[in-house]
Design a protein around this ligand. Structure first.
Ligand SMILES: [Zn+2]
Length: 343
């Protein structure tokens, strides 16, 4: 919403429905140059569709809204989309903190560690270390979201705007990392996007130089999902379309990523890579995988919500208020999300 949109919505939300609110008022309020109280606060909250309490949180004190946000850099990504993603992360942190404290288990342990890259430690090494420390056996990762959750990370499906971003991640202010996955990303991209974000979380502590970090995160994701020592034997036969289709089912990675992996491991020549890529383009496989997989779904957060509502007997309105959400939004984001096929 623009500030003018907010001003309009506030006017409509006023008791008389005709109070005049200027864009300048909203601008000063957002800049912290005036204090919003009483009726105006209620109007503001109604206009934005959140309970008043959310607007009274101090973002810095609560640790949300700060910290490095990782996402796949795409040239066409607009500033508005990035702000949207940033807001989604900040709000989701606040919601989850409210819900975990309501459940009485704040800051449960996690097994995410950081790996500093240097001349001797590569992104591939980092991926191997994480796999080992998480106890992932050799071979494909059957459930990427499951692996992250098993390690104590939180995964939530959200609208990341525009469909250009598949995932975004951020260390929690006081605990486990939070990974958002786009509700539009198909199954295979969902997995690779999360592995890429995991790489950022593990390896990168500062925004750094974009292109270099992107390459490292991709190398991490490739090794995490397709460890060189495990997948090499699958590339000993001729790497063609039927072979890639077969490997896609086993490894749950796109044919494009598999072919790229084969090139990086020296299992196919540049020429062969180009030829097969052209074949895939001609068949439309580059935009839509021929054998897309079912989307993996997070389970940890919905389990927490189920326990709150069913075992602790917390009324839905109370759970919503703990998450700083209106009941209908809480219902949509945390209760129904499981059952909605688009998520
Ligand atoms: Zn990235």
């Amino acid at each position: 919403m623009t500030q003018a949109d907010v001003a309009d919505a506030m006017a409509k939300a006023s008791a008389s429905g005709a109070t005049v609110v200027s864009q300048g008022y909203v601008s000063r309020a957002e800049a912290g140059r005036l204090t919003v109280t009483d009726d105006r606060l209620a109007m503001y909250a109604t206009a934005l569709g959140y309970p008043r309490g959310l607007l009274c949180l101090a973002p810095e004190a609560d640790g949300a809204g700060v910290g490095l946000i990782h996402h796949r850099k795409r040239a066409s990504l607009s500033v508005a989309t990035l702000r949207h993603v940033r807001a989604q992360l900040a709000l989701t942190h606040i919601q989850l903190r409210g819900l975990t404290s309501a459940a009485g288990n704040p800051a449960s342990g996690h097994r995410f560690t950081r790996v500093a890259l240097d001349d001797l430690v590569t992104a591939e090494d980092a991926a191997g270390r994480v796999r080992r420390s998480w106890g992932i056996p050799p071979g494909p990762v059957p459930d990427m979201i499951g692996a992250i959750e098993e390690a104590g990370g939180l995964v939530v499906v959200r609208d990341l705007g525009g469909g250009l971003l598949d995932a975004a991640g951020q260390w929690g202010p006081h605990g486990a990392p939070l990974l958002l996955v786009s509700n539009r990303a198909p199954g295979l991209r969902r997995r690779f996007g999360l592995a890429h974000e995991l790489g950022h979380l593990v390896m990168h502590t500062d925004p750094g130089s974009g292109p270099e970090q992107e390459k490292q995160a991709d190398a991490f994701a490739a090794e995490f999902l397709m460890p060189a020592s495990d997948i090499r034997k699958d590339f000993t036969d001729r790497v063609d379309l039927p072979k890639l289709m077969e490997l896609q089912r086993t490894w749950r990675v796109s044919m494009t990523a598999l072919l790229r992996r084969a090139l990086d491991l020296g299992a196919v020549t540049e020429w062969r890579h180009r030829t097969v890529t052209a074949e895939m383009s001609a068949l439309g496989y580059r935009t839509a995988e021929p054998a897309e997989i079912a989307r993996e779904r997070p389970g940890l957060v919905s389990e927490l919500v189920r326990a709150l509502l069913d075992e602790h007997g917390l009324p839905l309105a109370e759970a919503a208020s703990r998450a700083y959400l209106l009941p209908e939004d809480f219902q949509r984001l945390y209760v129904e999300s499981d059952r909605t096929s688009s998520l």
